[in-house]
Write a protein that binds this ligand. Sequence first.
Ligand code: NAP
Length: 281
Amino acid sequence: MKAELPAVTLPGGRQVPALGLGTWHMGEGDASRAEEAASLRAGLDLGMTVIDTAEMYADGGAEEVVGDAIGGRRDEVFLVSKVLPYNASRAGTVAACEASLKRLGTDRIDLYLLHWRGRHPLAETVEAFEGLKAAGKIGAWGVSNFDEPDMRELLGAAEPARPAANQILYNLARRGIEYDLLRWSQVQGIPLMAYSPLDEGRLIGHPALEEIGRIHNATSAQVALAFLLMRANVIAIPKSGSPDRVRENFKASEIRLTSEDLRLLDEAFPPPTRKRPLEMI
Ligand code: NAP
């Protein structure tokens, strides 16, 4: 039986699957590009239709791989890309978006994010985002690597506009946001995109995940993703350049972690007991 992916509703009302596809390190070598595009298409076939990329990745190379992967099936995809902070001036944001659109081979990005905070005033970047939205070049905008105080400042600077998402580092080994940002974002109705959900692969083979995996006939990657899929308003975006591993990651949605599993996970990866500054990779 094919599992249904849980969904997250974005502030504009659009529903997207809570499990998507990352692209960091794609497009770095010519030899692997076809396999990377095939991996993304394997994910789309399963309904993992959120594709996350950025102008930074392989200096635009990852966006080109995404462009190859989504050719002929653009309408299935919820496309996310990011502007680098040093490009995020009023004019720079527009120019960066247009360059991304070209590499992606499309006329619109569904969600366009500020990759992390830089020196350009937030109000300027937001003004550029709103202009791009009015022009139909992006569907919505958001941010990445913003902690709760940054988010509060952003809401003030953007009013009455609001971000559609905040993409942050979140996985079992990096649970700091469970102290504050996770709940705050849920209350605000601002979805979180959990990047590096496998801690860049470091969670693979972790003994606690293997142990829980044995009970569910699942791999450590699947258990790590299942943990994130239980969270409301969180979209996990694992990256794999292998179609088989993408299919493996998709099956995380079939796992129902029990309270005993969660107890074991808390033991191996203790949740935060005090505020920790948001970590980023
Ligand atoms: P990740 O998804 O946690 O882990 C990716 C690594 O895990 C790759 O080495 C991948 O190798 C491996 N992997 C994936 N599935 C696997 C499986 N089932 N079994 C074994 N290994 C597996 O790390 P990430 O790429 O850093 O994060 C995901 C995405 O988040 C990125 O690609 C990017 O789109 C986004 N991101 C955003 C930011 C930001 O600042 N906004 C920062 C980092 C990442 P293979 O490819 O060989 O399978």
